[in-house]
Ligand binder design. Structure first.
Ligand code: SF4
Length: 380
């Protein structure tokens, strides 16, 4: 079966205040060593995977900030992807980029190396909120990045946004969405801010009196983005994702359909067949494993049938269209009611999920409570 490929680029120019991803301050020498190691990792998988597992439906180069790498490094990574893997026709190739780390030349290099989707981390249009988040860029740079991407030939642009930022009002959020819509992206991701432990933002909340957004405002912002974007022709196809018709993110759909993917780079996760495994997160350890000719895998889990069923359900429920029950039965040889009948009955009676047209889906009441619903499907 063809797979999706994720590549983690673990560098950023500077750490954002809310971020708990694995990323290091960009340094040209460390980036050069990372590139050598990454190409070795690709070569090792080329030797070990069956030919059909080297066929790629999608590629996603994320991070970190991939575009803080010089264009030669990005071109070499993409060249490695085509040397060691086979790109299926129509392959979707996404690169994550941050405003302030792209110029026309770099974007043209990406485009001519086969990248056909750009995901820009805009996050907000408000200067004080971008400052609070510790973002490197301002909104003008985000607008400039969108224009440069269009000039470089990108006709599939995602803009990432964050809402429920401390101090943000509903009116701020609506104003931000208006400005984003003016940029005419094909895709928008809108996630509510999670204040993760041990981040500078969490410390600011604990020690400096920064007040997190309250639940009621967060919910109003979530309902607001759904109403506003669907009224402007976007399909709300996943809890936090919106696309113009024909522009759903194929790579992320791989995860939500619970299909196989390979992750390369420090801390990247993979799921192939009934095995899930993940790489070491330390860049040093990652490089030394690969220098020694070994895969940098830190842990591996054999997935039981019940785990795979549960994951298929709650990942499928992330999609607004829901989980296709016939496909579930065909994949696992059991009807969903035989496995999760009690949970579905309970959640239906609470009005959080429904079965319609052969699909199990979250109701509009269940959408903001998705995590509570998902917990119901984890089998003991
Ligand atoms: S750009 Fe992204 S990965 Fe880098 S520090 Fe900011 S949030 Fe984290």
């Amino acid at each position: 079966m063809a797979i999706s490929l994720y590549i983690h680029v673990p560098f950023c120019i500077r750490k954002c205040r809310y971020c708990d991803f694995v990323s290091y301050t960009y340094d040209p020498e460390a980036a050069r060593r990372y590139r050598v190691a990454l190409l070795r990792e690709m070569a090792l998988y080329h030797e070990r995977l069956a030919p059909q597992e080297r066929q790629l439906k999608t590629i996603f180069i994320g991070g970190g900030t991939p575009t803080c790498l010089p264009e030669e490094d990005l071109a070499a990574i993409l060249e490695g992807c085509s040397r060691y893997f086979q790109w299926l026709s129509g392959v979707e190739v996404t690169v994550e980029a941050n405003p302030g780390t792209v110029d026309l030349q770099k974007l043209r290099t990406l485009r001519s190396a086969g990248v056909n989707r750009l995901s820009l981390g805009v996050q907000s249009s408000s200067a004080p909120l971008l400052k609070l988040l510790g973002r490197l860029h301002d909104f003008n740079q985000a607008v400039e990045a969108v224009h440069l991407a269009r000039r470089a030939g990108f006709d599939n642009l995602n803009l990432d946004l964050i809402f429920a930022i401390p101090g943000q009002t509903l009116a701020d959020w609506q104003g931000c969405l208006e400005k984003i819509l003016d940029l005419q992206p094909e895709h928008i991701s809108a996630y509510s801010l999670q204040i993760e432990e041990n981040t500078p933002l969490a410390r600011a909340v604990a020690e400096d009196g920064v007040i997190p957004c309250d639940e009621e405002t967060e919910l109003a912002m979530y309902r607001g983005v759904i109403n506003m974007l669907t009224a402007r022709g976007f399909e709300h196809y996943e809890i936090s994702n919106f696309a113009r018709p024909g522009y759903r993110c194929q790579h992320n759909l791989t995860y939500w359909y619970n299909r196989p993917y390979l992750g390369l780079g420090p801390a990247a996760h993979s799921c192939l067949g009934d095995e899930r495994f993940y790489n070491v997160s330390s860049l040093e350890e990652y490089e030394s494993c690969l220098l020694a000719g070994e895969l940098p895998v830190a842990g591996c889990e054999k997935l039981s049938r019940s785990t795979m069923m549960a994951e298929t359900v709650f990942l499928g429920l992330r999609l607004i269209e829901g989980l296709d029950l016939e496909k579930f039965a065909a994949r696992f040889g059991e009807n969903i009611e035989e496995v999760f009948g009690a949970q579905i009955k309970r959640l239906c009676s609470l009005g959080l999920v429904e079965i319609r047209s052969g699909r199990l889906r979250l109701t509009s009441r269940g959408l903001p409570l998705a995590n509570t619903v998902f917990r119901e499907f984890v089998l003991p």
